[in-house]
Design a protein around this ligand. Structure first.
Ligand code: PEP
Ligand code: MG
Length: 324
């Protein structure tokens, strides 16, 4: 598939209206990184760090993690990598952690909740990331932030880690960006201060959709009932776009939907500037984006809503047939 799109690999994803969308890739293993050059991704919009913890049978040491992150940064060759801190919970159980019997693991003690309640691992991970950056740029995002106080507490851990590195005389990142993943509806209604304090927001569409529709993402039966292009979900995303626009906070989307062509067009038309997806989706999404005018996509979406459609999918798909 990558060969098919080789001719546009090094071209930007600029739509006919002139809007440029940054297409990035999701990764989680060193083995994913060769795709960075192969796919034409502008960076790694989501590096899922938990995979490195899940494939071991004991807690990795800081030096090991730092060596690993350093390899990732070097392999990215100057492109940005957004490292997401550990997103484990009772569904992704580490073999060396006491299992937690929870009736609703997806809504349980997971991700940043674990990171803040038992900060040892988070601290080690932040230190490993700072060491790996070795004075260069670094991007870190915290998973499953549901309220401002959680972001502040996580950010404070980063500040403490930075102070410690300074004291030890180690280099600190030349440009550190700290962001939050928006994966629960509550965060979209956080105080203005949240959108000002974060350096970027990344929508975790997989979890967000699960919590928006109260439909388990692992349960095919209920998951498939709900369309990402449902007008209610789009209205919600518009609200997030608007809050980020007002606060001038960069916004990206890194769930699976970012790699689906019609969804990607609609997300870009809503004003989301960065889409992060599996590497194989970058070629097809870029190909499509370069052929359409996003203002027109927005008109098609608006008209579908005015006409009482419950999802904009059909309208956008029908319109596309006549475009490409
Ligand atoms: C998401 O929730 O959309 C996301 C990108 O993270 P994960 O799929 O790892 O939960
Ligand atoms: Mg998630």
């Amino acid at each position: 598939a990558q060969e098919r799109y080789a001719s546009i690999r090094d071209l930007p994803a600029i739509a006919k209206c002139g809007t440029e969308v940054s297409l990035q890739m999701n990764a989680g293993l060193i083995a994913d990184l060769p795709s960075l050059a192969g796919s034409g991704a502008e960076g790694v919009g989501l590096f899922r760090t938990e995979l490195q913890f899940l494939i071991r049978n004991q807690m990795p040491r800081r030096a090991e993690l730092s060596a690993l992150y350093s390899r990732v940064i070097k392999a990215a060759d100057g492109k940005r990598v957004a490292f997401r801190t550990l997103d484990i919970g009772s569904d992704k159980v580490l073999p060396y952690m006491k299992p937690n019997d929870e009736p609703n693991p997806a809504m349980g003690w997971r991700a940043i909740r674990v990171g803040l309640d038992k900060p040892g691992v988070l601290r080690m991970q932040l230190q490993a990331l700072l060491r790996a950056a070795d004075g260069g740029p670094l991007t870190v995002m915290f998973p499953f932030i549901t309220q401002l106080s959680e972001f502040r507490a996580a950010r404070a851990e980063m500040d403490k880690a930075l102070a410690r590195e300074r004291k030890l005389g180690h280099p600190i990142p030349s440009d550190l960006k700290v962001g939050a993943m928006l994966e629960t509806p509550s965060l979209a209604y956080a105080p203005d201060a949240f959108f000002k304090e974060v350096e970027f927001v990344s929508i975790g569409g997989n979890d967000l959709k699960q919590f928006f529709f109260a439909a388990d993402r692992e349960n095919e039966r209920v998951r498939r009932r709900y369309d990402t292009l449902d007008v209610s979900f789009l209205a919600f995303l518009k609200h997030v776009v608007e809050r980020c626009r007002i606060a001038q906070t960069p916004l990206s989307f890194c769930g699976e939907d970012a790699g689906r062509p019609i969804e990607a067009l609609c997300l870009a038309a809503l004003g989301i500037q960065t889409l992060s997806m599996r590497p194989a989706s970058i070629g097809p999404v870029k190909h499509l984006l370069r052929r359409v005018d996003l203002d027109e996509v927005r008109d098609v979406m608006d008209n579908a809503i005015i006409n009482g459609e419950l999802s904009v999918r059909r309208a956008v798909a029908d319109w596309l047939v006549h475009q490409v």
